[in-house]
Design a protein around this ligand. Structure first.
Ligand code: SAM
Ligand code: SF4
Ligand code: F3S
Length: 453
């Protein structure tokens, strides 16, 4: 969860907004877009809920834990509304896209003024206007996406790094996942619109972009132009003044040889690939509808490493998928040991209403799922730490982002491989690419000092 904050106050309007974001980078981007729309209406950002006249909760429903946090937060907001009846409360994002959920929100939390679906973000100003005119509650939740609205204002949190969605939705229908139901079918943005946006970002001082999509590798399949994701990377690599290009997420089944060659050869495209494996057992992968085998995954990793020896690999892993046996789980541990991921996001399978696997009878007991995730985390932590220790003594390019979140007296930046580096230095280094000698590798980050020029 994150709050959109940290921008200068007093940017014009007297009314203040606060956006609370759950979920993935796509949602973080959507929050930046809603912030841009609200500022276009004269609202100013505030970090404090007490100060806010409008609060948006941008929701996620990929796991029940996220939903539970949101229900809890709505309970808290009810008290704020009682104290300040004029407070506008809105719900947006993936949760209200689920069947019957918008009605459930209205029933359980009648004080919510507006409900906005993932395909309706651009309608936020109209809904806010209606609420201000006394019409509440109001709702805009389309089941199907329409044409992609371009050119909407975006209020970005960082001045250095920007999210750029390139493909919306997902067509993969992994049997555990709710995303295709709440984000709709794959829709690629026009490559020229993306290029122009990136040029504008660079002109405004941004130096790093992260291209976003649930599966960026299928970019372009729905376009008449014949531009695929590798072509898009080549196009953006030519933008003068841009330093770094990242992208997430890559589906292993669609990571082509052409894309490996593009990532390896394009100088701005960074050597980090997020490649969710989910599981290491072919039986589980098949039941998940992932459409690759562990052998194909391992072969892909080999090809990527052969083309880019210094590449960092991260992944998503799930334990306790229906029918997962101890042996299946050991296959996941084995895959993790073989690949040696730099980082892994680990999840306990959680049934989601409306997805096929939620109705399967062979659900894994909670105690077993808990034991497996703990074991998986232990194994991966050892590997991640060893990978970070292996960086000790190297000199790496670091883009300095600002003061470290945990040690504000130090600076933090990122390597091309997406590792956080904490180093001493003054604020004049923020926004600069510096050479850093890595001194220590830790579980979550590296520490280092500026290397002599
Ligand atoms: N599109 C990406 C992909 O294919 O890997 C990521 C989608 S999802 C937003 C992020 C991660 O959440 C997934 O990779 C998966 O590991 C996890 N996830 C999705 N549905 C889940 C569920 N029902 N229970 C637990 N974890 C889940
Ligand atoms: Fe969900 Fe699978 Fe699509 Fe990723 S690829 S968003 S896990 S359905
Ligand atoms: Fe969550 Fe929606 Fe992203 S369900 S993970 S916010 S696409």
């Amino acid at each position: 969860m994150g709050g959109l904050s940290g921008w200068g106050e007093g940017m014009g309007g007297t009314q203040a907004y606060h956006i609370i974001t759950f979920g993935c980078q796509m949602n973080e981007f959507d929050s930046e877009l809603m912030a841009g729309l609200l500022e276009g209406m004269g609202y100013r950002p505030t970090e404090s809920l007490d100060d806010a006249d409008l609060v948006m909760i941008n929701t996620c429903c990929v796991r029940e834990s996220a939903e539970n946090k949101i229900w809890g937060l709505l309970g808290t907001l009810k008290r704020y509304k009682r104290k300040k009846p004029g407070l506008i409360i809105g719900i947006s994002g993936c949760m209200p896209q689920q069947e019957g959920m918008a009605a459930e929100i209205r029933r359980r939390f009648p004080f919510v003024d507006l409900v906005l679906g993932t395909h309706n973000r651009h309608e936020l100003p109209r809904l806010v206007d209606e609420v201000r005119k006394g019409r509440s509650p109001v709702e805009a939740v389309w089941q199907e996406a329409q044409d992609i609205p371009e050119g909407l204002p975006v209020r970005r949190v960082s001045g250095l790094r920007a999210w750029v969605p390139v493909i919306y939705g997902c067509d993969n229908f992994c049997t555990y996942c709710i995303v295709p139901y709440v984000r709709g079918r794959e829709r690629s943005r026009n490559p020229q619109a993306i290029l122009e946006e990136v040029r504008r970002l660079v002109a405004a001082g941004y130096r790093e972009i992260t291209l976003l999509g649930q599966n960026v590798n299928s970019y372009g399949r729905d376009l008449a132009e014949g531009t695929d994701f590798a072509d898009l990377l080549s196009l953006l690599d030519g933008v003068d003044g841009l330093w770094r290009i990242r992208f997430t997420t890559s589906h292993p089944k669609d990571f082509s040889e052409k894309l490996i060659a593009a990532v390896a050869s394009l100088p701005k495209v960074c050597e980090h690939i997020h490649l969710p494996a989910q599981a290491g057992s072919n039986r589980v992968l098949h039941r998940m509808n992932r459409r690759y085998t562990r052998e194909e995954y391992l072969e892909l990793v080999e090809k990527i490493r052969a083309a880019m020896p210094g590449v960092a690999l991260s992944t998503d892993l799930m334990v306790g998928f229906p029918g997962e046996t101890r042996k299946d789980f050991e296959d996941t541990l084995d895959l993790v040991r073989r690949v040696q991921f730099d980082q892994a996001f680990t999840f306990v399978y959680n049934p989601r209403r409306g997805t096929p696997a939620a109705d399967w009878p062979d659900q894994v007991p909670v105690a077993e799922k808990t034991a497996r995730i703990q074991e998986l985390i232990r194994v991966q932590q050892e590997i991640g730490l060893a990978r970070n220790r292996a960086e000790e003594g190297r000199v790496l390019d670091v883009l300095v982002e600002g003061p470290s979140a945990t040690r504000p007296d130090l600076l933090a930046g990122r390597t091309r491989t997406n590792k956080t580096v904490v180093l001493p230095g003054d604020l004049t280094l923020v926004g600069r690419l510096v050479r850093v000698r890595i001194e220590e590798g830790h579980l979550t980050h590296l520490t280092g000092t500026l290397a002599p020029e």
